[in-house]
Design a protein around this ligand. Sequence first.
Ligand code: HEM
Length: 142
Amino acid sequence: VKSGAPTAANSGPLLQRVGGLDVVKKVVELFYRKLYADPHLIKFLADQDVMHLRAKQSMFVSWLFGPPGTPYTGKSVRVAHLRIIKQRGFSPEDFDLGMKYFEEAMTELGAPEVIRGEVMRRMKPFKDAFFTPAASDAAEEA
Ligand code: HEM
């Protein structure tokens, strides 16, 4: 569907359109399974408790599937990942791989393409936020 009449998949709040909180929870669960199953990404995650990580990311996911136009007010994603960026070489390619797994998880759970596109559009700008040096880096490293 390019444009035209609104359908269940292309209008209204993202959370409802993707199938509700249940589907979102399944997406996140599958996303983590994929991250932890990746032989390259595991070096950033091996010492991380998955429940802790999920708890930390749940605000982000609520925002991601929340009302459009709401600014992200959570913790800086650069600060959250600074350790793995600086100490373990977490790279833009690693970020892309993570995004790919998120999209795959949505696909495998049946999210329509227009929704996947919208979610990925919301996630993408965080790549710059991850990898752009910030004034606060020095304080975090101290
Ligand atoms: C938190 C790793 C991808 C958003 C974290 C933490 C780790 C981590 C280790 C926990 C930091 C802490 O304990 O304080 C990774 C790895 C990824 C990845 C290995 C592999 C691709 C992403 C992506 C996004 C993201 C693609 C979103 C665009 C967040 C957020 C938090 C977080 C919002 C929580 C920040 C907070 O403390 O409020 N991540 N991450 N991560 N990550 Fe990631």
